[in-house]
Design a protein around this ligand. Structure first.
Ligand SMILES: [Zn+2]
Length: 477
């Protein structure tokens, strides 16, 4: 049994003007794919693999068409060279936007199906923030998505997709997929599985599995994509079409019934109100999430709104990580550690963003592996600020310790984030979320909505909605 493995994994805000290029992707090929931690579970499965290409990028703006075309062409060439295979496993995110293309994963997966023909099963794993179109499910046989947000079940999900593929190949069973779209779009920050009602909805999923129903998933979808395919959905895999359809409709109905109950987890409000709360806090560190510019949600990550507000308040004892600004980082490297300089910080990628000009002292320089990986730690007033040459989050404790910083030892830690990461959430004392501006801002009803399906909440009402199972073309056939 030989399984081809690869895929493309990113999430794109269609409101971002900053296109992703090929160099923004971490590309794994061949042995490098098999040996990477991300795919270490493959070696435990007992199957043999044809590792193709896996491209992954920090969420951001749409992928440039030449970058996408080059990655897809190389993937298909490698797949073609690997044939014959018994199955294909694709590790996807599901909310990629490609400049000029409406359904990027649909395009990628359809190209795979065309190449391998109708007989070979395709299994995919997804992020629960993926937007799943009927075109996608029509090409595939097996689907599994994360059941946690923050995502702490990444490996389990990938293993589940692969295990179902191996089960199909060894037993001869041919599972199919049923999709039930739900016209309700929520930001991830109001549908964390740490909080109700998502917590209970996801906890109930395994209980719907059983004879003929292999895997049950609830897709929240990705709200910052103004595309016709953008939707929440229930996706269920199995061999008994009636049972699979019934499980999918039940998941969709439960999600729809809970629609009024989704709330932000932490205390959330306008930036000024959150800074008032932070300055009055008797405990530390307060962790303030700058939610509109969160790079892991597709935000640009170059905005200086919060920095400007802290400077205006003469804030003492704050650590901010970080702002993406390659010219500012280069200026710090040119000036050297210990230098004092005047820096324009912010809006280096999106000219519509916010910048500030500040006197800074360079505390530390981190050269990384290349100029694109450089970071600078600077001090302005009582604010320690991390500047990064590339778009990236600071969500792991290791991101701070590498720079000699202790996120637990500051009064106020500002990160560009939505819900906090598993590393930062436990040290937040308390966690506040600011409703800041940016290409992933939380003011969902005011997002431009030109292309999503009519009847999608919160832009439209949909009083007559009833969940209706849509079996994939392969399941119907
Ligand atoms: Zn996600």
């Amino acid at each position: 049994m030989r399984i081809a493995v690869g895929g493309i994994h990113t999430e794109c805000s269609t409101y971002s003007p900053v296109l992703m290029q090929k160099q923004d992707f971490r590309i794994l090929r061949d042995k490098g794919l098999m040996e990477h931690d991300y795919f270490a579970f493959l070696g435990r499965s007992g199957a043999s693999f044809a590792p193709l290409l896996h491209a992954r990028a920090v969420p951001g703006g749409p992928v440039s068409r030449p970058a996408y075309d080059a990655l897809k062409a190389e993937f298909l060439e490698r797949l073609s060279a690997a044939l014959p295979v018994d199955g294909v496993y694709l590790a996807m995110h599901g909310a990629m936007k490609v400049d000029g293309l409406w359904d990027a994963e649909g395009d990628w997966i359809t190209a795979v199906r065309r190449l391998i023909g109708p007989a070979i099963p395709i299994a995919v794993s997804y992020d629960l923030h993926g937007n799943v179109s009927q075109e996608i499910v029509d090409q595939i046989d097996i689907f599994a998505a994360y059941r946690t947000a923050p995502h702490i079940d990444v490996t389990e999900t990938m293993e589940a997709a692969l295990a179902m593929l191996i089960r199909a190949l060894t037993s001869g069973a041919r599972p199919g997929i049923v999709r039930v779209p739900v016209p309700l779009l929520l930001p991830g920050e109001r549908s964390s599985t740490e909080d109700e009602p998502a917590r209970s909805l996801y906890a109930a999923l395994p209980g719907l599995e059983g004879k003929g129903v292999w895997r049950t998933d609830l897709m929240i979808g990705y709200v910052w994509a103004d595309e016709p395919r953008t939707t929440a959905s229930a996706i269920v895999t199995g061999t008994d079409r009636a049972a699979v359809s019934s499980a999918a409709e039940s998941i969709a109905a439960g999600f729809w019934a809970a629609r009024e109950g989704f709330r932000f987890g932490p205390v959330t409000g306008p930036l000024d109100a959150m800074l008032d709360l932070a300055s009055a806090a008797a405990t530390r560190p307060v962790i303030l999430a700058d939610s509109g510019d969160n790079p892991t949600g597709g935000g640009v990550g170059d905005r200086a709104d919060v920095l400007g507000a802290l400077i205006a308040r003469g804030w003492q004892d704050a650590l901010m990580a970080g702002i993406t600004d390659r010219p500012a980082v280069e200026a710090c490297f040119a000036a050297g550690t210990g230098a004092q300089l005047t820096l324009k910080i912010g809006a280096s990628l999106d000219p519509a963003g916010v910048s500030v000009t500040a006197e800074v002292e360079v505390l530390r320089l981190d050269a990384g592996d290349s100029p694109a990986d450089r970071q600078a730690v600077v001090l302005t007033g009582g604010i320690t600020l991390v500047l990064a040459a590339r778009r990236r989050p600071y969500h792991d404790i290791a991101d701070f310790t590498r720079l000699g910083l202790d996120p637990g030892a500051t009064g106020l830690l500002v990160v560009k984030s939505g819900y906090l990461s598993p590393d930062l959430a436990p040290i937040a004392n308390p966690n506040l979320m600011a409703l800041t501006d940016g290409v992933v801002n939380q003011d969902i009803p005011r997002l431009a909505n030109l292309h999503r399906a009519p009847g999608t909440i919160p832009w439209d009402g949909n009083p007559g909605f009833r969940p209706r199972a849509e079996p994939s073309a392969r399941f119907r056939g």
